[in-house]
Each structure stands twice: as C-alpha cells, then as structure tokens.
Design a protein around this ligand. Structure first.
Ligand code: KIV
Ligand code: ZN
Length: 498
C-alpha cells in the first residue's frame, strides 16, 4: 500500500468562501476535529491577510500536536516572514508559498516574464527555507499552465529546497486524463523529482475535483489537498471524504491514508454547522440521503443483503445505519422491516391491511416517519375494540357560509348518519357526532399541533372530553394530514373510552 498524505485546507481555501468565516475559537475546534480525523497537514490560514488569520495560525499551532501546521503565502518576502512568525509554536510548521505559472497569470495578472516567475519562485522558496523546516511550493493555475514551463519551475523550486510541490487546478478546468498526464509528465521529466512529492489541489468547477485528484495519485502524486464537505472557492475543492472513501473502497488501487473514517460524519457536521454551509442531501458520503434507500426495489434488495445496493458500510464513515425511507414507493418488505425495528411483528393479513393505510398516508405526505407508523398501527391495534367507528366524513366549508358536516358512524355495529353546522369545519363535524352518540359531552381541551413542518405534514390532535352525566374526563388522540379528520378521530378515540 502506498501512503497518500492528506492535506486539509478547510480552514484556508474553505474558509475564504463568503459567509464561511470562523473566529479563532471555532477554527481551533475544527482543527482539533481534523486532528482526531487523522489528517497529516492542516492549512491553518494565510497569516499576512489579516491579524485574525495570523492569530488563528498561532493558536492552532499551540492547540494541535500531531498534524503539520501549514501557512499560506504569496511569493513575497513579507508574507513569508509573517507566516514563519505565526508558525513559531507549531511542532512541525510548513510554509506554502507560490506564484502563478499559466500564461493568463504571467501576462494578465503578474504582467511579467517567464524568467521572472522562476526567479521569484526560487527566491521565495529559499527565503522560506531559511525560516522553517518544510516548504511547499504551489504553481498557481498549473491546470492551465504549459507543462514544459511547469516542469522548469518545479525543477528550480525543488533545487531551492521545496519538498512538496503543489500542482493546483486553480480554475477546475482539467479533465481527469489531462490532469493525470500533467502529473505523469512532471514525474517523468523533472530531473530532481525524487527529492520532493507532488500534491494535487483540484477545484470543482466542472464537478471533476475528486476524479482529477484520483487521476493525480494514480499518476504519481502522493499528497492530496482537500476540504471537508468539498467547501472552497466557487464550486469548491476536492472533498476529503470522497477521496478517502474512494481509496478505501478501491483497495485495488493499493493506496492508504491515516484517516479514521469513522470520524467523517461528525467532522462534516461540525464544519457544516460552524460555517453555515448546509450539506446537500445527495452529497456523496455525508449527505442526508447518502445511505437512504427509498425505492421499493432497492429497499427490498438492501434488506436481503446490504451490499446489493451499498458499496460501503455506513458505520465506516460514522453513520449508524442505512435508512429505509418509507414513501409511497416503498413496498411491504420495507414496511414490515420498519415495524419490526419498532418491535411490532404482524402476520401477512395484518401487514396487508396496514400497508393499504400506509399507502393512503404516504400518498398525502413526502415521507412516513416512525411516529406516523405508530399512529397507523395504533389504529390497526384498536380497530376491533371500538364501539364507535368512523365510516365516512364529508365537510363543506365555504367563504361567508357556515361550515357543514355529514358524518356516518358505526355505533355498536349499527350505521348512523347525522349532519350539522358549526363555527368551523371541526365544530360542524363534532356537532354531527354529538347528535349520534348517546353521551352528553363537552370538550374541555382541544390541542392541535403540526408534527414536523410544511403544509403537507401530519398534524396531531389531543382532545379532553367531559362526560357530563358521570363527570368523567377522557383524553383522545389522533393524527392525520387532514385537520378535521384528525379532530374527529381524536374525539371518537375519547368517547370510545367512556
Ligand atoms: O487554488 C489554488 O491555486 C490555491 C493556491 C493558493 C494553492 O488555492
Ligand atoms: Zn485553491
């Protein structure tokens, strides 16, 4: 197995995204998490950019022991000196200095010559080497740089003392094969390449950052620059979790990292919440849906044998278990499994019966939760015991007209129908029921509450009903996506208890 070094730049390339800024305390929290995760290098900031960044590099250097702490600079003496000063408490400090090498950068950004670029690069590396042990050089926009010129620069900065050479695809332009070829060209053509390792640093403008990074290591790079959740400039950087898990899943590549993959989810959550950057639901590895199965065919397959539809064990990335999301597309197998997890085992006929109600509910909401299921089977379990059962309910509610309800109840096996008006649709329906039943009741308390969020979700109704003849109060409960139906069922639930 060849070791791949993980260089995390969440706190530098990730943190420079607008809205993602962290204070020093938060950065220390993230850095400690990255240490727990097992990254080899933490790029802690760009010290010359602000006193806050300087201070963060100082404090992270003090707080973190195992990973190398890296500070970014331009190929400018002042930047390098400030970075060295910020790193003075680091057990192992690294300066990451560099300059643009593409024609765009040389002509239109730095407005200089190729010779000057090499001279500045060499000078920066030498200056940094006088101040810290480890120097990494980045050739900005290497992805669009002429490979022959890039090789000259790389050779010169290795000769000047750089031991890690970063080949950034700054604009996320390369295709995997092109990026891989660039790395291979350097390995094959730079005479002193054995004195340094190559590092990938890929941006995700074309959604190819992970693919490019993998192409990089397959062609000889031995360090990867990544961020948690793939955050970073524009479309982001290569995501740590994707590269690490690709390496882990593909043992055939014969690469290895020191990452404790079980820490991935917690690290992702910490970064997402501190940086106010929600993780998209379908994000590989750490998205909410990464281990959620929703179609009936997949659910059935996963329940038969997890690996039918999963290439990694969710526990390996810190996810407790894969989830079977119950929706209108779920089958009986998934429903039965979920009920079993909730400690309810039903025979085939009972499952058929519950499944019918389940589909009705699933059609009216996006997802059927455990709470919904308990409500469903609560109905199923109680069905036989009820003296009063709702057969049908029709409510009419129009603007400027009193709501009207028609209710059909089965009362001790006999069907009874009544109609009534009310102050609102719920009142009208309950008035109709009151006309049918032989108990004189008053509603003492009526509580209605949404279960989660959104107008398509379930609402719960709790109701307290007084039997005026006996002064006994009974509580009823129900839930439905229909407020009137939930209220009627809750009321019937209470009167069945008298
Ligand atoms: O994308 C890039 O080129 C960078 C360098 C500063 C390393 O982030
Ligand atoms: Zn970058």
């Amino acid at each position: 197995m060849e070791r791949i070094f993980i260089f995390d730049t969440t706190l530098r390339d990730g943190e420079q995204v607008p809205g993602c800024q962290l204070n020093t305390t938060e950065k220390i929290e993230v850095a400690k998490r990255l240490e727990l995760l097992g990254v080899d290098v933490i790029e802690a900031g760009f010290p010359v950019s602000s006193p806050g960044d300087f201070n963060s590099v100082v404090e992270i250097s003090k707080a973190v022991a195992n990973p190398t702490i890296c500070a970014l600079t331009r190929a400018v003496e002042k930047d390098i000196e400030v970075a060295a000063e910020a790193l003075k408490f680091a057990k192992r400090g690294r300066i990451h200095t560099g300059i643009g090498t593409s024609e765009y950068h040389i002509k239109h950004k730095l407005k200089t010559t190729h010779e000057d670029i090499i001279q500045r690069a060499v000078h920066a590396v030498k200056h940094a080497r006088n101040l810290v042990e480890e120097v990494e050089f980045y050739a900005e926009d290497a992805g669009r740089s002429d490979v022959e010129f890039l090789a000259k620069v790389v050779e010169a900065v290795i000769a000047a003392g750089a031991t890690v050479i970063n080949i950034p695809d700054t604009t996320g332009y390369c295709l995997p094969e092109q990026y891989g070829q660039k790395i291979k060209f350097l390995i094959d053509n730079v005479s002193n390449m054995d004195k340094a390792i190559l590092s990938t640093h890929c941006h995700n403008d074309l959604g190819l950052a992970t693919a490019n990074t993998l192409a990089g290591i397959q062609n000889g790079a031995r360090q990867v620059e990544v961020t948690i959740n793939g955050i970073g400039e524009r479309a982001g950087n290569t995501s740590l979790e994707e590269v690490v898990m690709a390496i882990k899943c593909h043992q055939d590549l014969a690469f290895d990292t020191q990452i404790d993959t079980k820490q991935i989810l917690q690290t992702s959550k910490l970064v997402s919440s501190l940086m106010n950057m929600p993780v998209q639901a379908n994000k590989a590895i750490v998205g909410r849906n990464a281990f959620a199965h929703s179609s009936g065919i997949h659910q059935d397959g996963v329940l038969k044998h997890r690996e039918n539809y999963e290439i990694m064990d969710p526990k390996d990335v810190g996810v407790e278990e894969s989830s079977i999301v119950l929706t209108a597309r779920s089958g009986r197998a998934a429903l039965k499994h979920r009920l079993h997890v909730l400690n309810f085992d039903f025979n085939k006929d009972e499952i058929d019966n519950i499944y019918e109600k389940f589909l009705e509910m699933a059609d009216s909401k996006r997802e059927v939760t455990d709470e919904d299921l308990l409500i469903l089977i609560g109905d199923e379990i109680n069905e036989q015991e009820k003296n009063y059962q709702l057969i049908d309910l029709a409510v009419e509610s129009k603007k400027d007209k009193k709501p009207h309800a028609k209710v059909i109840l089965k009362v001790f096996q006999k069907e009874c129908t009544e109609e009534s008006e009310g102050n609102g649709p719920v009142d009208a329906a309950l008035n109709a029921i009151k006309k049918i039943i032989d108990i004189d009741t008053d509603i003492e308390e009526y509580l209605i509450q949404g279960v989660s969020h959104g107008s398509s979700d379930l609402c719960k109704v709790h109701i307290s009903v007084l039997n005026k003849q006996t002064s006994v109060v009974k509580r009823g409960f129900s839930a439905s996506t229909d407020i009137v139906e939930a209220s009627v069922y809750a009321f019937i639930d209470a009167i069945n208890k008298f």
